[in-house]
Design a protein around this ligand. Structure first.
Ligand code: BGC
Length: 953
């Protein structure tokens, strides 16, 4: 066929797309939650989202074609998999069912859907994925490194000494032939790597390959580097830093742990292989080995917590050019290590996701400058400077300033968080971005800058796991909008390869309590499916022999006494469950199942099969009882009461998850177990006559050894009621009484909250569930301490660890607080967004993945007149947007194709509701539900709908 146009046309005619009579179109094709990824899942899961202009549309069948070449798909041929027409409405978690896939296999795929009338829609555009290296034998590369640690001079810091050796740099020249068609780089490190080809950085990833229990598994990255290479001599370059593998971790140094760094190994190692494929089918592999050259470059110090020192004068000139004389370099040392599982990094990598310009630069009396980004972030500063050789610019990072304008670094504890650049004197100016560190900061103290620094000399680079933004929330209330922004910024600052507690101090660990509280909320802001796929594996890897899940993962104990704690260890059940709820992910349940059973067996054993934890059951932990309702105010909720609730709640989740993966016997078992725990809880902690939650405070003695034990203990607390209600521990009538007690407690407390980490998420939902949405709104809008509004009125741009981290009118307070534990970026209290989304906007998933859902906004009578919330779910965009005036309401909703929703429209009576300008009964394509408690239910298929209603007669 000579004329490609006619050929294309004929192809088009022959392809099934032409038969399409429906507009139902699959878009956003993804594999293992990622777009066109590399994966090492042998049976990856595919998903797509459906588009259609018709209302009430769903998929009745689909067909997937997977081929090794895109041309094959164009002719409708699939040499890897033709699913055939499958009658199903499934569009996510569809497991690849074709030929076995081997390493490096490229897969091209497309999908077609049939609509509810059985009419075929057009084929989707073609998407791809590529298999990584599946077998250990695929790796020819050796681990290489260079031991600079022994020679490193100790660096004094805050009365201690740091070990901060220089970073080895590696070099290898390779001759590339003509007609290269494909080049892949597979690379990992015990430590952190950066790779360049001919001076150009490969990929945009930071802190790769991420943090795992390196003794068990190490992730690697795969890059398409075809465009990096030409024919002829090419230069491969790498830098290798210490990272979590052999650098400093957490507060080990602070607490005097015997090990403070090099938890996994002393000498970092690099493993990389470049695979080239030529047009004639020939392949060539270049792998790390002792034939690579190693030296030290300009990076003299490099540590995640302590920062970097880069002397630009020391960077070898032109080492990126072929022919550079590296004869004075040494041969790379082979690093002997035990075998570990190498797996492809399963999530979006850490990258620069945004950049910020300073809002101000001010000079300090000592000559240093304070650069203010106007926003607390996690990330780096890109420095641009023109100076003379040897000028030394020191950047110190902080989240806050002291009253006198000094940078506050007390709350960084033993994190030095200092980056130093030594100028080489390039007359055109120089630019530097640190490579293997990051900081939590809003302010940068700059000293040694040549001349007067200007805003263009500094750019704030926002660093974090590049999880796609899927949520949006906006109201006509500035305080609430700021709160939402603060929540999102805090998530961005702490979803850095793992969910960290904070980004600034010597901690930054994957605290399980924080993650279980916030996991559900995080999925309303970002697509965290792949992110948690990765971290849940870290969590399983870190499970104790006893079955308990740890305080944080990954990490060995950075303090010997860190073991497990009620409300923390349950992350092992709750986070997989949140994945199931948000994305309909059952594979994560299957893969976690044995570990989760082991955990539940631990609970059974520890509770002595009494189904309840009486007071003092966790007195053997350090601190006693675990962390309890961390950072709550006033009397403490007994940790054992909370432990019992968590035990019952996880039993309930296990029942639901067992059913989801077809384990009906286990579902029954856990259902019964949950029932027994609830009964035992009621008989131990619930006073039948008054419906009050009670506990025996005497069991805790004077509280010594417990977190804030001196405050005393009581079962009658906001946190106790909020948990019992939220976790469905009470009968309907008990719940109503508990709701009253909760409301009374709030009132007795001047309308203020008193909850800490284990009560904050549940508080507002518990109020709404017991008919006191008005009080929930009151808490949301409060501006007095303690409240979210108080933080905002005091200048917060992120969510604080403490309710009173900083007080504008009383800055001394910050100084007098436990300054070492005062993070301005801690997401736990941001879990209030769960209520904002589910109750203010009213969007609640009924089936996992929002396959069906409810929209039931709680319309307040206060200063909020408009709420607009959306979520790009795994099935598509959901919207709930309402505006109210004194007596009327407008509610816009969007229901994605292939989903259904029940929408509850507040109205004075059923006739007071209009849809798209017409009374409800004039709409044939919707189904009317009941009118209940002032709300009309309407059952809807997909589409966009506008409701208007009269609220008051
Ligand atoms: C962390 C918390 C963590 C807690 C345990 C703190 O140091 O920052 O977020 O959950 O320890 O109570």
């Amino acid at each position: 066929m000579k004329n490609p146009l006619i050929f294309g046309l004929l192809l088009l005619l022959a392809s099934p797309a032409v038969l399409a009579t429906s507009d139902l179109t699959p878009v956003q094709l993804r594999v293992e939650y990622l777009t066109n990824p590399f994966t090492d899942e042998r049976k990856p899961r595919l998903s797509w989202v459906l588009k259609s202009d018709r209302k009430n549309q769903y998929q009745s069948a689909y067909r997937i074609l997977v081929a090794s070449k895109p041309e094959l798909l164009k002719t409708g041929k699939a040499d890897l998999w033709d699913s055939g027409r499958i009658d199903s409405d499934q569009t996510a978690q569809v497991v690849y069912g074709g030929n076995a896939l081997s390493s490096r296999q490229q897969c091209f795929w497309k999908v077609q859907s049939w609509d509810k009338e059985g009419q075929a829609g057009p084929w989707s555009p073609i998407s791809t994925w590529e298999m990584g290296l599946l077998e250990p034998e695929d790796w020819q590369a050796d681990w290489i490194g260079k031991d600079f640690v022994a020679e490193a001079a100790p660096v004094p810091f805050k009365g201690k000494e740091l070990t901060l050796p220089p970073v080895p740099i590696f070099r290898k020249e390779v001759n590339v032939g003509q007609k290269l068609t494909k080049a892949r780089l597979y690379i990992t490190a015990l430590g952190l790597f950066e790779f360049k080809i001919n001076g150009k950085r490969v990929g945009k990833d930071y802190l790769a390959p991420g943090w795992t229990d390196y003794n068990q598994r190490v992730h690697y990255q795969a890059y398409d580097v075809t465009d990096h290479l030409n024919s002829g001599m090419q230069v491969l370059q790498a830098r290798l830093s210490y990272g979590w593998y052999s650098g400093y971790i957490g507060y080990a140094l602070l607490v005097g742990n015997p090990v403070v760094r090099a938890f996994y190994g002393e000498v970092p190692a690099l493993k990389a292989q470049l695979e080239l494929t030529y047009e004639n089918g020939q392949t060539q592999t270049v792998a790390t080995g002792s034939d690579w050259r190693v030296s030290s470059g300009g990076l003299l110090e490099s540590d995640i917590l302590h920062g970097e020192t880069y002397d630009a004068r020391k960077e070898p000139e032109n080492w990126h050019l072929p022919g550079y004389d590296d004869s004075h370099w040494e041969s790379a040392e082979p690093i002997a290590t035990s075998e570990r599982r190498l797996q492809l990094y399963p999530a979006q990598p850490v990258q620069v996701t945004d950049s910020l310009s300073p809002v101000s630069i001010t000079q300090r009396p000592n000559g240093a400058y304070i650069v203010n980004l106007g926003q607390n972030i996690a990330g780096l500063i890109r420095l641009r400077v023109k100076g003379k050789a040897g000028d030394k610019i020191v950047l110190r990072f902080g989240e806050m300033l002291h009253r006198d304008g000094r940078l506050m670094v007390e709350n960084l504890r033993m994190a030095r968080a200092t980056d130093t650049y030594i100028v080489k004197g390039d007359p055109d100016g120089e630019e530097w971005v640190p490579a293997f560190t990051y900081h939590g900061f809003q302010y940068v103290e700059v000293s040694g800058f040549p001349g007067t620094p200007r805003k263009e000399n500094f750019t704030g680079l926002v660093l974090g796991s590049n999880t796609p933004k899927v949520g949006h929330f906006e109201t006509d209330h500035p305080l609430v909008n700021q709160l939402y922004q603060n929540i999102v910024w805090t998530q961005r600052a702490n979803f850095v390869d793992i969910p960290t507690d904070c980004p600034q101090r010597d901690e930054r660990m994957g605290w399980t309590g924080d993650a279980q509280i916030y996991g559900g909320t995080s999925a309303l802001n970002m697509d965290v499916a792949a992110f948690f796929t990765k971290w849940i594996q870290d969590l399983q890897d870190a499970q104790w022999e006893s079955g308990a899940y740890p305080d944080y993962a990954p990490a060995p104990s950075v303090r010997a006494s860190d073991t497990f704690a009620p409300g923390w260890m349950e992350a092992g059940i709750i986070n997989p469950y949140e994945m199931y709820r948000a994305y309909g992910d059952t594979r994560i349940i299957e893969r976690s199942w044995a570990n989760m059973e082991k955990f539940m067996a631990f609970h059974a054993k520890r509770s002595g099969d009494r189904y309840v934890y009486p007071e003092g059951s966790f007195a053997d932990l350090n601190p006693k009882g675990g962390y309890g309702d961390w950072l709550s105010i006033g009397k403490k909720t007994p940790p054992d009461l909370l432990a019992t609730i968590y035990y019952g709640y996880t039993a309930q989740l296990m029942a639901e998850m067992a059913a989801a993966i077809g384990k009906s016997n286990r579902a029954l078992h856990f259902q019964e177990l949950a029932g027994k725990i609830k009964a035992a809880f009621a008989s131990h902690y619930l006073e039948a006559s008054s419906g009050k939650l009670t506990a025996k405070p005497e069991a805790y003695g004077n509280g010594a050894g417990y977190v804030d034990g001196q405050q005393g203990f009581s079962g009658h607390t906001q946190t106790a009621y909020a948990n019992a209600i939220y976790h469905d521990f009470l009968t309907e009538s008990q719940e109503q009484v508990a709701g009253k007690h909760l409301a009374d407690l709030l009132e007795a407390n001047g309308g203020k909250l008193a909850t800490g980490f284990l009560g904050v998420k549940q508080l507002l939902p518990a109020l709404s569930a017991t008919g006191r949405s008005d009080l929930a709104y009151q808490l949301l809008l409060a501006t007095e301490y303690p409240s979210w509004g108080f933080e905002i009125e005091n200048g917060a741009t992120t969510i604080w660890e403490r309710w009173d981290s900083y007080v504008k009118d009383d800055p001394e307070k910050m100084e007098s607080l436990n300054a070492g534990m005062n993070s301005f970026s801690h997401y736990a209290f941001g879990s209030v967004y769960e209520w904002m989304f589910r109750n203010m906007a009213g969007i609640q998933a009924d089936l996992p993945g929002y396959k069906s859902f409810t929209i039931a906004p709680e319309i307040p009578e206060n200063d909020i007149h408009r709420v607009h919330a959306s979520l790009r779910s795994i099935h598509g965009e959901i919207l709930s947007s309402w505006t109210r005036s004194t007596d009327s309401l407008r509610l816009d909703v969007i229901i994605p194709v292939n989903t259904r929703a029940v929408v509850w429209i507040p109205a004075v009576d059923p006739t007071a509701v209009h849809l798209d300008g017409k009374p409800l009964e004039q709409h044939a394509d919707i189904r009317l539900g009941n009118f209940l408690e002032g709300r009309q239910a309407v059952l809807l298929g997909s589409g966009e709908y506008r409701f208007e209603s009269i609220l008051h007669p």
